[in-house]
Design a protein around this ligand. Structure first.
Ligand code: NAD
Ligand code: ISE
Length: 334
């Protein structure tokens, strides 16, 4: 029997996930949805044969809903994750789990109190073929121990609601999670350098920013975050080890030869760049939920990522190096 999924938020990624659940993966169907933009949500509901609910709380409680997908704006995540836990339902929450470590801690406490893991965070890069290959190269010792990581996370343009904080807690949060997963260790310190801002970054946005992280063992990481780079969506990662280096491949695309130049196009945004990763993530989530399990990134991973993002924000505001203190992982999440 199909898993009945309720989706909160039918904007860009919410609608894409509804398409994915309906047309791409197996074992689930979208039965309910909500969005504060009711007009658009009703159209999505009609297209995919789901029931529109006026509030997200109703979606969470609906009897036909077995599991929830949260794809609304970042500051709304925490309340809906906690409501899903209280309803005893599995939930895949888009990143970030919350906009502060404090709110993530409340989620972790609620999940532990409920005595059952229910929450997965949408850190889909862990399901990306390229990142999985990087992990395999590191884990098989092919480049010795990693020493330095050079990363780039560029978006073409930022949305109207984008803030200076979001370069980190909405965007670099992906690197924070996936690099911790690749290296298998926690961070020790954070520093953020703020270069000259682009004139194309509106509303006083400090863009670009350079995030510098140090891990417990002394690996040094630099991440360039530039959300108004204009030319396309570009994610890069190079790991320098003791005996070699490994680099994230660019996504495959056709090579065009025309008018004296040879080129391949850069995707405009995350939806094409990581399409396979989202598909894999969702199939993996549905399969695990049907077994009554969470097998992807947990609420604890979401919490650690937000502790790190908060430290980066503090580091940028104070202009200093800030220590990152991650509590011991409770046995519940081990
Ligand atoms: P969006 O603005 O296109 O869509 C968000 C939708 O949420 C809007 O339709 C809005 O009306 C709705 N919404 C806001 N508050 C709500 C509430 N209280 N209840 C119900 N609906 C509400 O944004 P988006 O790009 O689709 O991003 C949505 C979420 O997904 C964000 O948290 C973002 O960080 C995350 N995201 C993740 C990835 C990824 O690569 N994993 C990519 C894009 C977005
Ligand atoms: C967006 O919300 C995502 O999660 C994308 O993957 C990321 O690249 C982008 O910077 C975010 O705004």
């Amino acid at each position: 029997m199909n898993l009945g999924v309720g989706v909160i938020g039918t904007g860009a990624i919410g609608e894409d996930h509804i398409r994915r659940i309906t047309d791409v993966i197996t074992g689930a169907e979208v039965v309910a949805l909500s969005d504060i933009n009711a007009e658009h949500a009703k159209k999505v509901a009609a297209t995919y044969g789901a029931k529109f609910y006026a509030t997200s709380e109703e979606v969470i409680k609906a009897p036909e809903v077995d599991a929830i997908v949260i794809a609304s704006w970042d500051p709304t995540h925490a309340q809906y994750v906690i409501a899903s836990i209280n309803a005893g339902k599995f939930v895949l929450c888009e990143k970030p789990l919350a906009t502060s470590a404090e709110d993530c801690k409340k989620i972790v406490e609620a999940e532990i109190a409920g005595k059952k893991q229910l929450v997965q965070v949408g850190f889909m890069r862990r399901f990306d073929r390229g990142y999985k290959q990087l992990k395999s190269v590191i884990d098989n010792g092919k480049i010795g121990q990693p020493l330095m990581l050079h990363c780039v996370h560029r978006n073409r343009v930022s949305g109207p609601k984008h803030t200076t904080e979001m370069n980190i807690n909405n965007s670099v949060i992906h690197e924070i999670d996936v690099l911790r997963w690749l290296l298998g260790e926690e961070y020790k310190t954070a520093q953020v350098l703020v270069p000259k801002s682009s004139r194309l970054a509106k509303n006083g946005l400090r863009d670009p920013q350079i995030v510098l992280l140090e891990t417990q063992s002394g690996v040094r990481i630099d991440v360039e975050s530039f959300v108004n780079c204009q030319y396309g969506y570009d994610v890069q990662c190079e790991i320098v080890g003791e005996t070699g280096t490994v680099r994230l491949p660019d996504p495959a695309n056709v090579v065009v030869r025309s008018q004296g130049v040879r080129f391949y196009e850069i995707f405009p945004d995350w939806s094409d760049r990581f399409i396979e990763a989202y598909d894999t993530e969702f199939q993996h989530w549905v399969d695990a939920v049907k077994q009554g399990l969470v097998k992807g990134p947990t609420a604890w991973d979401g919490y650690v990522a937000c502790i790190t993002a908060d430290a980066c924000t503090e580091a940028r505001e104070k202009g200093t190096i800030v220590p990152i203190t991650v509590p011991e992982c409770p046995p519940f999440y081990q």
